[in-house]
Design a protein around this ligand. Structure first.
Ligand SMILES: [Zn+2]
Length: 163
C-alpha cells in the first residue's frame, strides 16, 4: 500500500545554484526523484549547453521544491517564494522567506571533465582538456585540423593511430 506522500501529486521547481532552474507546472510528480528526472530531460533538451556544463562542473546539490498540484498560477509561484499572495487580512499566505527545498546530490557532477578525440571530431569544435587515449595524460593533447586527429605532447602519439 502506498503512503499518502506518494499519492499526492505535485508541481516542481528544480534548480542548480550555478546552472538552470525550471518551474514544471505539470502537477504530475509524486516524488522529488520524479522531479529531478524531468529536470534533467529539460536540461538535456536545451539548445544552450550552459545548464549541462554547470551540472558537470559544479558539485553543489540540486534544490527541489515540490508544490501541491491543486495550487494554480500565482499560488504556485508564491509557494516557491517568487512572488507573494496576500489573504483577505493582508497577510502573506505562503511563508516562503526560506524556500522549503530539498537538497539532492547533483547526479551529473564529474570532478574531472575531459574529452576524447572522438568528442572533438563529433562536436566539430575544440573541447578542452583532452585526455590522451594512449598515456591517459590530461591537457597535453591538441587537435590538428589538417590531420583530423589529435597529438599528445607527452607520449608523442596520434590519438587515432593504434598503440
Ligand atoms: Zn599521450
Amino acid at each position: 500500500m502506498e503512503t499518502d506522500q506518494h499519492t499526492q501529486l505535485y508541481h516542481a521547481h528544480v534548480q542548480h545554484p550555478k546552472g538552470s532552474g525550471y518551474m514544471m507546472q505539470t502537477g504530475a510528480f509524486k516524488t522529488v526523484k520524479d522531479a529531478v528526472k524531468a529536470y534533467l530531460v529539460l536540461v538535456d533538451k536545451d539548445s544552450n549547453p550552459f545548464g549541462r556544463d554547470a551540472l558537470l562542473r559544479n558539485p553543489e546539490p540540486l534544490r527541489v521544491t515540490l508544490i501541491p498540484a491543486e495550487l494554480r498560477g500565482p499560488d504556485v509561484m508564491s509557494a516557491v517564494g517568487f512572488c507573494n499572495v496576500w489573504d483577505e487580512n493582508g497577510d502573506d499566505m505562503y511563508k516562503t522567506d526560506e524556500p522549503n527545498y530539498v537538497l539532492v546530490e547533483n547526479p551529473r557532477y564529474q570532478a574531472e571533465v575531459c574529452y576524447d578525440v572522438q568528442d572533438v571530431i563529433d562536436a566539430e569544435i575544440t573541447l578542452e582538456p583532452m585526455k590522451c587515449r594512449h598515456c591517459s595524460v590530461v591537457g597535453e593533447t591538441t587537435y590538428h585540423d589538417r590531420q583530423g586527429d589529435a597529438y599528445c605532447a607527452t607520449c608523442g602519439k596520434w590519438q587515432l593511430q593504434d598503440g
